[in-house]
Design a protein. Sequence first.
Lengths: 140, 716
Amino acid sequence: MKTRILSAMVLALAVSAFASGADFRVVANNSVPVSSLSKKAASDLFLKKTVKWEGGAPVVPVDQLESSTVRQGFSKAVHGKTAAAVKSYWNQQIFSGRDVPPIEKRSDAEVLAFVRSTPGAIGYVSESTATDGVRVLTVN
Amino acid sequence: MKRIYCSLAAVTLLGVVATTRSVHAQPADTAATTAVVSTESAEKQSEEAKSEELRQQGEGLIYSVARTPERTFDSSRAVDVITGDEIRRRNGMTLGDILQEEAGVTLAAPHNGGAAAVIRGLSGNQVMLMIDGVKVNDAVWRPASATKEQLNLIDMSMIERIEVVRGVVSVLGTEALGGVVNIITRRGPDSNTALAGTVGMRFASGDRSMAVPLQLFGQNDRMRYTVGGTYLKYGDLRGGDGVGTQKYTGYKATALHASLDYFLSPEKTISGGYNSMTEDEVQRDGQLVSGANLVSLVTPLTLQLGQLSYQDLTSRGWEESVRVTGYWNRQQDGLDAVTTKAPTIDSVGRNIDRMMGLNLEIGSFLGAHHLLYGVDYSTERVASSQSAINMNTGVETPSRGRYIDGSSYRTLGVYLNDHFDITRWVTATLGARYGKFTSQGSEDTPLVGPLSIDSSKSDLTGAVNVVVHATSNLNLIANAMRGFRAPNLDDMSVYRVTASTGIDIPSAGLDPEHVNSYELGAKYETAIVSGSAFFFRNSFTSLITRSLGYYNGLPFVDTNKNGIQDKNELTLHTNSNIGSEKITGYELELRGHVTPELLLFGNYTKLTSNVQTDPTTYTKILPKSGLLGARYTTALAFSPWGELVMRYASSVASGQPVAGYHVFTVRTGASFTPKLSMSAAIENVTNERYRYLGTSGSPSIYAPGRQLVIGTQYRF
């Protein structure tokens, strides 16, 4: 019985991890010189630990609102923590005068418009969103 | 050829440095890259924009409620953040000048420039004063006192902003009974500059006071620093409406501060800070004016505080943040007195408290729960002495100081704060803190015999805070808290012989003071209007109060052992937990833009005290107080602004009576160049005669009458 419960929990966790991983797509401005990123590299970009692309162009990350479903999924899958934990990280950074969080956009459309028009920009949108005019990056 | 190799090496090295924080990504399928040319001016503009954003976003955060930064609007507590701009606009000489314009905060001010914050009717050792989250209150911190300044031991020039929390803060522990004032110090310049600085001047005509702060600062990618100092000189203070110049109210002070942050990585920072203030020859005007004393000085009066901390925001699964802070806090107060009755005897007293402390704090996320837990430990030792020096013969006769010499005080606190969303609309915070307090000290007194203050007590504080997010602009709040203040060495080690009232002896058996506190509140915030309203009800029990005492079962010193109080046998007094009181009240705050240029702001506080015993030394109730203001700013190149502010307080009839007052102040200022800013004010325009709340033993001096205040700052 214990084994069945354990298996069910592992399955549920695996399904939820798969689901959260498949909920979004990472998009970047066409000027960005990469087509795929590791999770660690993606996390570093959005936490501003990496501030320049290869070649020296500045990285301009863009987030979605903390309450959005896509951000919850992105945070879990890429940062490995909840959106609330990421917000807390940024509050600490602001409070100690280190850095400010990425700008926030209210919708997929706003993220796409920003990424399309901003060199070096990188963001994420819901998986079902059309991504014309931007580069879709694979996150491994 | 050598030169080429050197150049290549330099280029390689620069490349490594330049790509230290560059993305290590997998190669692109296509080479659709756009070269972005960064010019120096563009980078500088970007840095300035970032620092402006940092400043703006930082101003919206508060640390002092949950020991972790959160938005003031989201906080469940009655809080205010006084921004750097606001501090400069108010142009105060002391911290008290700044705080008195906040909702729910008034002052008890025994000396010129000396004051204790009064929050919700409590002051002194019942209000926690902190610098960068480290407590300033030590084991001999007193009630609002005539001989130990509190707010003016903080140098204004080191302050970046001030956080004020009204009411019990459970995770901060013992002294946070009435509220918390947390000073956040400057941590370097606004942008990357190797070396820059400011020099300023502040002059007030009411006491011909002058402050000259000088500050140097710098920053690069790895570190930032600030070093500064201030010289302050006060003359005798002129009160309003016929009070005239109040003799013996001038004094001098010097302050130093320094800070250094070293960035090991984007997530790891080592920080160090130091600040000190020394006041010389603060005169006790009461004794001098009455003629009781020829000399009566509180000198020197010193606060030194150093801290070293390590913060790591690296996520390790079981934790999201770790912070370790060590601190050192040394405070000294002295007394130098020559009475008229004994003009050849100079009585000199010294009290020195040395505190060392350590805090370890960890933040974790467990599902929707943001947990913050930690341990606080501090240890203190007090040196206290008194001498009577015969000025003719030079013979020195030592006697007991204010405290038991060599006494010690240790505290241990363990706390946990859990912040979580119950639903999308409701957020709750649960906080608890266990505290243990140990005091040690003994003495052999000539009248009573051996006395000891050896004691160990513990207690629990807790809070339940609920925020209902009614709309994105409106939060409704309900809070229930239980707090305590542990007795400190000042409460426990009193020994005083007075012919008129008898003898006060130490009291080792004191228990903590308690409060049960309930709050209902609302916060509203839009880009144009913001405000808050809080109703609270605080029930205090076990308040530490001077009362008749007993020794060997008798309420007097039975020197002839006959069991009866004879004529010359002194009545005994001691501190006991017999006080109780209920304080209820409400605080309203509102600010709104009528036009983009015109801001109206105000606050109003009403307090009602129901004293069930007689702890008059503890409560400082101004029944009604508030402020109304209007500020006009323009978008002109030199950013001129002007404001009119009216402070109001009703009268107090009991204790040390204080008349009500309305004080009008007009302020204006401008930045004439990017480097030079100036401000000017006419304070107390109507020359109102008024004074703040007194201390337990003496009335306050009169506050300044009409005066011109000029401030200027030059950045180089």
